[in-house]
Every structure is written in structure tokens, then in C-alpha cells.
Design a protein around this ligand. Structure first.
Ligand code: PMV
Length: 301
């Protein structure tokens, strides 16, 4: 049996703007997906993984210039909530691609898996920046920019909280399209938001490195405001975020967001995590503690 795991990710800042060539900071988190492949005599009848197979297998076949993949059993176990901005599709694609390559005795490396996972992200999301697949494959905290080599960052601040604002009904593809239309309609306004996110992302790098909590809080608050102006944060999420801010913390959407219903997982930081926890308890909000900067793709032995 061959087994790989890959982490989920959060966007500390820069989502959406990153699609248009601005920098973003992302981090791998300690929620993982495990993908296991074992040789089988018959084709796998597991219908659940069928749609994933239909996306991943052609990408691998095209890369290796092969027509057939011998039958195998596929098992996927995930701790990463799906469709909530935590990079679940990138994580499962990378672990699955690495597992198939190993199953076929192909010499794989992180670069190859990352490139193929990017192809899968294109199928899932249309016009992805490539940030999600990069961070889940390489792990850590990453400065990502479409035109330049990504850079691993150091962060003294690692403990964050996630609050579930509800699953978005819109896909990442739809949210990216929504921003594209807004950019067409109000170019100057949106460009200003992107420029401001770039400034904040640069400040964030320093705040993380220095462990400067006050700076981090101020950056996340401003970054979230910009995302709201961009029109990717729903009412429910905005209400939760305002309440978190009242307790002395900050929160933002992480990833594509959503406006019709939920906006996915909110990334929250509080100088006193216990205050945030008692707030989420009082409001019956599902919460998860997460650590940033976890390992990327791993072969499990
Ligand atoms: O919500 P997610 O995890 O799919 O993240 C999307 C992030 C975007 O910047 C909106 C799109 C992208 O490809 O970077």
C-alpha cells in the first residue's frame, strides 16, 4: 500500500489580488488529508472518488504519455473541511497525484507533483493563481507571487483559530469570476484595493517575523475591510467578524469567500485565545484551533 498526506492551507492575506499578480501570504495548517492506494485485481467501485479520478488520472496519463493505469483501490481520509477555503481540493489532488506516481513506480519530486496539482486546480477552479497547490505541496508559511519564485517565510506567530461562517454556496471559480467582473466595471477602485492588499501583505511579512501581535491585528483588520469592499464577504461572516473585533480580536475570510450564504472558515487571531473561545461558545459558533507552518506533502510509511 502507498500512502501520502498533504495539509490544508489558509490565506493569511492576498487572496483574489494574487490572481492579478499581487503577492499573498499563505500557510500550511495542521489539518491533513490522507490518500492510500493499493493494487487491486478489479477496477475500484468506490463511486465517491469517481469524479476525482476522472480529473486526476487524465492529468497523470498525459504527463507520463501512457494510455492505461492498472486497477487500484483508492482510500481518502480527510480532516480538511471541503469547500471552506482551506485548500481541500489542492491537498487531495497533491496527495493523490504523488500516490499514483509512486504506484506507477515513477520517480516523483515535489516540483512534478506541484505542477500536476496545478493542472488539477485549473479543472477545479478555472483560473487559479497556483498558490494553494504550492503551499500544500511545500508546506510552511509562504510568500506567493505568480511571476516570481515563492519564498518560505519565518513566523513567530503560529496559533490561530478558525470559526465556521458556513459553507459558501458559490464555488471558488464563481467568486473569482465575480471579482473579475467588478474589476472590469470599477477598474480604479478595485486596483486601489489590490494595491492596498499588496502593502498590507508586505507589512505582514515583517509582523510575522518579529512576532508583532499589534501589527498583525491591525493588518488583518484592514485586509478584511478590503475584502469586504471587494464584495467577497457575506453578511453572516461580516456580523461574526464585527463581534470578534469587539472582543479585541480580528477575523477575516480565508480564500475565495462567499456572499449568498456562508463565507467559509474565518481565520481569527486573538491576543487572549480564551476570550475568543468563550465568545464562540456563547454564540454557538463551531471553532477549530490551528497551527500554521506545518509540513507539506509527506510519504507515510
Ligand atoms: O478558497 P480557496 O481555498 O479555493 O482559495 C482561493 C484563493 C483565490 O485567491 C480566490 C483564488 C486563487 O486561485 O488564488
Amino acid at each position: 500500500m502507498i500512502s501520502f498526506s498533504a495539509p490544508g492551507k489558509i490565506h493569511l492575506l492576498g487572496e483574489h489580488a494574487v490572481v492579478y499578480g499581487k503577492p499573498a501570504v499563505l500557510a500550511a495548517i495542521d489539518l491533513r488529508v490522507h490518500v492510500k492506494i493499493s493494487p487491486s485485481r478489479h477496477a475500484d467501485l468506490n463511486k465517491e472518488s469517481d469524479s476525482l479520478k476522472k480529473i486526476i488520472e487524465p492529468i497523470v496519463k498525459k504527463e507520463l504519455k501512457i494510455k492505461k493505469i492498472p486497477p487500484y483501490d483508492l482510500k481518502i481520509l480527510s480532516e480538511i473541511p471541503v469547500g471552506s477555503g482551506l485548500g481541500s481540493s489542492a491537498a487531495v489532488s497533491s496527495a493523490y497525484i504523488a500516490a499514483i506516481l509512486s504506484f506507477l513506480n515513477v520517480k516523483w519530486n515535489l516540483e512534478l507533483v506541484n505542477n500536476l496539482a496545478y493542472e488539477a486546480e485549473k479543472v477545479f477552479h478555472g483560473n487559479p493563481s497556483g498558490a494553494d497547490n504550492f503551499v500544500v505541496v511545500y508546506g510552511g508559511v509562504v510568500w506567493f507571487h505568480k511571476q516570481t519564485e515563492p519564498v518560505k517565510l519565518s513566523s513567530q506567530i503560529k496559533q490561530f483559530m478558525l470559526i465556521d461562517s458556513g459553507k459558501p454556496v458559490e464555488s471558488t471559480k464563481e467568486m473569482v469570476e465575480k471579482v473579475r467582473i467588478k474589476l472590469q466595471e470599477s477598474r480604479i477602485e478595485v486596483q486601489k484595493i489590490f494595491d492596498d492588499q499588496e502593502r498590507l501583505v508586505k507589512e505582514l511579512v515583517v509582523a510575522l517575523k518579529d512576532g508583532n501581535q499589534n501589527q498583525l491585528i491591525s493588518i488583518i483588520r484592514q485586509g478584511e475591510k478590503n475584502l469586504e469592499s471587494l464584495g467577497v464577504v457575506g453578511r453572516k461572516a461580516q456580523n461574526i467578524i464585527r463581534l470578534v473585533e469587539k472582543t479585541g480580536g480580528v477575523a477575516k475570510i480565508s480564500g475565495a469567500g462567499g456572499v449568498k450564504s456562508g463565507s467559509g472558515m474565518l481565520l481569527c487571531y486573538h491576543p487572549h485565545p480564551k476570550t475568543l473561545l468563550s465568545f464562540t461558545k456563547t454564540h454557538y459558533l463551531p471553532t477549530l484551533s490551528i497551527a500554521l507552518g506545518e509540513k507539506g506533502l509527506l510519504l507515510c510509511r
